[in-house]
Design a protein around this ligand. Structure first.
Ligand code: C5P
Length: 410
């Protein structure tokens, strides 16, 4: 049980009533909540019910003389270990992303020197709106932890992504953040090397072969390992994601550049090969743009060469092999069986197998099985950040007691 305190900003959405349950659940877990209720939030729950449940004054107004006399808004913003916005409405996300400070909630988010966790909940169209996506990207790039909402039936009668996650899931995420803040971390002193995203194999100066990998799962794993204290090198193909906080990103384009960057980043205690590396590249990348039909010539045919297998190469290193090597297997059928065969062929220690027959590529959720030489664990469908966190914890367990970078470098 932790004796921690959060500052809970309750935004104005129908899910605001669940913030009351959250306060109770956190209190049951030994986490105190000091609350700020936005003007819109007060349309859904009352300051009285919030203060009755939290056992503390509920703050609502930036310019209230009473509040300022008791505790200035700057002091309030720093008066807890973690700031949590739940529900975080589209408006709160937008204000926080753009640095507005025109009410108590937004000023607090700007003034705080503490980590921030935002738990969005809104109508599916609002969640999927380009502006919200941009704001979430910006916030994550700024180091704010933004949870992904659940999918399902909404209060407004529509269906889709935007529901507030279960209160227990939010409370777990809050406890996880609080745990991260205290004491030594399980992966302190370890170096994690990760590949993520697609590779791009040039055909000529303007065309390339590639795939739909978004890099989301690899980036989430990099962030989760950094949060557990690891030094993280993320060798990334071209993606449109912001680097996770505390992670060194090495941008590359082709498979051969990716392999070279990985070799240069060694030694590592753990290597996780999440990238969707293109298996082949055009044998010749033309120096000039290829023309559809040059002076009556027939269509050009495409000769391909095999790319290096980065996972196999690092797994099979005789000297300087990372202590733990984890591959990914994206399959559309016989997932576990094919994962085992792949583990043997590539020489890695674990495989994270996922069924990509659905909307995994580019989506926010994933359903994976962790396959090790003597076990297989089927994890429930969850968002990629939760998969990353669980995998990072398993890695931390596996590396426990190993010496970290110093030993690996010998
Ligand atoms: O053989 P397949 O592409 O299905 O293997 C997937 C695993 O191998 C992933 O971990 C991927 O990152 C890795 N891989 C690699 N280099 C390649 C092809 C795949 O590291 N050229």
């Amino acid at each position: 049980m932790s004796s921690k305190r959060i500052l809970l900003i309750i935004g104005g959405g129908i899910a605001a009533y669940k913030s009351l349950e959250l306060i109770r659940e956190l209190s049951r877990r030994g986490v105190a909540s000091r609350c700020i209720l936005t003007k819109a939030g007060a349309e859904f729950v009352t300051p009285l019910s919030v203060s009755a449940l939290s056992g503390e004054k509920c703050f609502t107004d930036l310019f209230s003389l009473d509040d300022e006399a008791e505790m200035g808004h700057i002091q309030l913003s720093r008066s807890a270990d973690l700031v949590v916005a739940c529900p975080a409405t589209a408006d709160l996300l937008a204000k926080a992303a753009q640095g507005h400070a025109n009410d108590l909630a937004s000023t607090t988010l700007m003034a705080t020197d503490k980590p921030v966790l935002m738990v969005p909940a809104m109508n599916v169209r609002m969640w999927e709106h380009a502006a919200t996506k941009r704001n979430v990207e910006t916030l994550r790039g700024d180091g704010v932890h933004v949870m992904n909402p659940d999918e399902g039936a909404m209060a407004c009668g529509e269906f889709g992504s935007g529901r507030l996650p279960d209160v227990a899931v939010i409370a777990d995420a809050i406890e996880h953040q609080l745990d991260m803040l205290s004491g030594p971390k399980p992966l302190d002193g370890q170096h994690a090397l990760i590949t993520a995203g697609p590779t791009r194999e040039p055909l000529d100066p303007v065309r390339y072969l590639s795939n739909h990998s978004s890099g989301k799962q690899g980036y989430a794993i990099a962030g989760a390992l950094a949060a557990l204290g690891a030094r993280v090198t993320l060798v990334s193909g071209p993606v449109s994601l912001s680097p996770p906080r505390g992670v060194d990103v090495v941008p590359v384009e082709t498979a051969r550049e990716m392999l070279q960057a990985c070799e240069e980043a060694l030694p590592a205690d753990v290597f996780i090969s999440v990238a969707a590396v293109a298996d082949w590249r055009p044998s010749m990348a033309a120096a000039k743009k290829l023309k559809l039909k040059d002076e009556g010539k027939t269509l050009p045919s495409l000769a391909l060469s095999e790319n290096p297998d980065i996972l196999s190469t690092l797994s099979k290193k005789e000297k300087g092999r990372p202590g733990l090597v984890i591959g990914f297997a994206a399959e559309t059928h016989d997932v576990e069986q094919l994962a085992r065969a792949k583990m043997k062929r590539k020489g890695c220690d674990w495989i994270v197998a996922n069924d990509v027959s659905g909307d995994v590529m580019g989506g926010d959720v994933n359903e994976v099985a962790l396959v090790t030489p003597d076990s297989v664990e089927h994890w429930p469908r969850m968002d990629k950040i939760a998969v990353a966190r669980q995998l990072a914890e398993r890695i931390a367990e596996a590396l426990k007691g190993q010496g970290g970078e110093q030993v690996a470098a010998e």
